[in-house]
Design a binder for this molecule. Structure first.
Ligand code: ADP
Ligand code: MG
Length: 238
């Protein structure tokens, strides 16, 4: 299970309202893509869902449980960042296993979980390397592997492919789509890339100035954008 419910969620930084009342349900197993201009609040929304940022008001619920006050490590949510956010002094194996180690999971179980994730992402040969000894694409696969190892109900991806070159972006996108099929987990994916949005999404959420502008399946939005703003993001000429 991994159904996410946001109810009237807001976020202010000081006097600045950044998220202005978001209501959204992301269904169990769904691949949901967030698009919207820079500064519209996509990362802030993900960070609140992950627990890296407090919610100013409203409810964040997973499978009917309110998680507003739950520590990030307890949320069964894993986030993958554009910047990878790997620990430079740890090997790939230890980066991937760290969250489980901190949770007190037994060594043998950690080895099994990291081994399985490594196999899914073809990282087996790289397990003893440090991040500085990896390419950008390999680093991002390690970051995705680290998320998988935690077996979260919900994966959050914040523009994970932005730092990769075009060919690697396509390859990694296909890999993420395969992982979604294999894991059956709920995924929320932020991107600027229209092709990524159209090919990955079950539903696309278009955000504008801290509000949801329109939600729908890619072809629904493409064929029936609510306005020129949405059309601009989904690419149907108007
Ligand atoms: P996006 O990811 O869609 O580009 P963000 O969620 O990063 O947008 O930012 C939304 C708005 O909130 C921006 O105007 C940004 O400057 C502001 N913001 C984000 N984090 C903070 C913070 N910690 N303090 C103050 N303002 C912030
Ligand atoms: Mg962002």
């Amino acid at each position: 299970m991994g159904t996410l419910n946001l109810t009237k969620v807001t976020k202010s930084f000081g006097a600045t309202d950044v998220i202005k009342g978001v209501d959204l349900t992301v269904n169990d197993g769904e691949f949901c893509v967030f698009v919207g201009p820079s500064g519209c609040g996509k990362s802030t929304l993900l960070r609140m869902i992950a627990g890296l940022e407090d919610v100013s008001s409203g409810d964040v619920m997973i499978d009917g449980q309110r998680i507003n006050d739950l520590a990030p490590a307890k949320r069964e949510i894993a986030m993958v960042f554009q910047s990878y956010a790997l620990y430079p002094h740890l090997t790939v194996r230890d980066n991937m296993g760290l969250a489980l180690k901190q949770a007190g999971v037994a060594k043998a179980e950690i080895a099994q979980a990291t081994g399985k994730a490594a196999a899914m992402l073809s990282l087996d040969a790289l397990m003893d390397r440090r991040p500085s000894e990896l390419s950008g694409g390999q680093r991002q696969r390690v970051a995705i592997g680290r998320a998988i190892v935690r077996r979260p109900k919900l994966f959050l991806f914040d523009e994970p492919l932005s730092n990769l070159d075009a060919a690697l972006r396509v390859q990694t996108r296909i890999e993420i789509a395969r992982l979604h099929r294999e894991l059956g987990a709920t995924m929320i994916y932020v991107t600027h890339d229209q092709v990524e949005a159209m090919t990955l999404a079950d539903r696309i959420v278009v955000l504008r100035g801290g509000r949801v502008e329109q939600v729908g399946a890619p072809m629904e939005l493409y064929n029936n954008p609510a306005n020129t703003f949405v059309a601009g993001f989904i690419g149907s000429p108007q």
